[in-house]
Write a protein that binds this ligand. Sequence first.
Ligand code: CA
Length: 370
Amino acid sequence: MHRYRTYLTQANQTNAFPVKVCHFGVYQNKLYRLAAYIFAPIRVFVCFIIWLSACSLPAMAQQSDEKISFSDYLIQLKQEARLQGISQATLDLAFPQIKLFKKARATDSPQTDKTHNLDTYLADTVPEWKVDTARVLFKEHEQQLNAIASQYSVQPRFLVALWGLVSDFGEASGDYPVLSVTASLAFGGEREAFFKKEFIVALSIMDKDHIGFQDLKSRWNGAMGQTQLMPTDYLAYGQDGDGDGKKDIWHNTQDAFASAAYLLQQLGWNGNDTWGRQVQVPATLDLALAGLDKPQSLTQWQTLGIRKFDHTDLPSREDINASLIMPDGVTGRKYLVYGNYRALMHWQNTDYFGISVAHLSERIKYPPIN
Ligand SMILES: [Ca+2]
C-alpha cells in the first residue's frame, strides 16, 4: 500500500498539469488519491481477467469449431472395438493400416439428380450391353443359380439383375479396405452411428472369418463383394455357396449369389411372386392412395380401376399386397410393387434403383433364353 502512495505522490510532484490548489482542488486531489488507492488493485485484477479472456476465448472457439483429428478418432474407435470384444491381435493388425479415405462420403446414389427421369435413368443404368451380358452370364451360371434358387426360393433372374447393377457382374465390387472406408465415413459423415457399427462388425469379420485387412474390400460406401453386402449383412447372412469352407463374396460367384439369396429370403422374399408390374391408373384415382407404405390387395386395386399396362385385369389375388408408386410423379410411369420389390430396396432405398433391378430382371426373362 505504501508503494501506491509513494507512486501517487511522486506522480503529482512531476505532473506537468498539477491539480489546481484551492479549497475544492485540495479536497478533489485527496479524493482522486483515495479512489486511486482503493481501485488500483481492482484495476489490475480486471485487466488480468480481460487479458485472460482474450487469450482463452479464441482457444475455446477453436476447440468447439474444430473436430478431433482422424488419428484421435481412431483411438476412440479402437477403445470401443476393444470393449466390444475384438481381439487384441486383430486390433494390432488392423489399426496401423487404417487410412483416412477421402473419397468416402455418406451420401447415396446419383439418382437424386433432378435432370433424370426414369426413362433416361434406365437407359443409363440398364444399357443394351448390360442386358446382353446379363443374359449370357445367366446362361453361363444357370446350374449354380438353379441350385441356389431351390435352396433359398429366389428366382435366378433377380440375382443376376442385382449382380449386374450393384457391381457390374463383379467387375466393380470395390477395391478399398472396408475398415478405412467405414472409419472415414463414421469420422466425416452424417451417419456416424451407422458406419461405426459397420466398422466394428468389419473388425469382427477379421476376427471370426480370418479375412485379412487387404482382402476385406468394399466400394466407397462400405458395400462389399460381387453382390455388395454391408459388413453387418455379410456377418449375419454370408453363405458358403460352393461348400469350400469360405464365404468369399469377392471372388466366388456361388458364395456371392447364395449370400444375396439368403439375405433376400430373410428380408421376406417370396419365390412364388414377382416384383410387381407397370400399370394403368384411371385419372379419377385418389392420388393419396399412392406410396410404398400404403399397400392394398391386388383385388382392391382392381376395384379402384387399376389395370395391367396392356389394360387387362390384374391377377385376382387377395393375398398379394401391392403399393402404387409413381417415381416421376403423376405424369410419369406408374407401378404396383410387391413385397419382393421392397426387399430389393435393401440395397439402395430408392425407387429408381428398385425399378432398374426389376427392369433388368424382365429383360433377362423376356425373350426366354434358349
Ligand atoms: Ca465358398
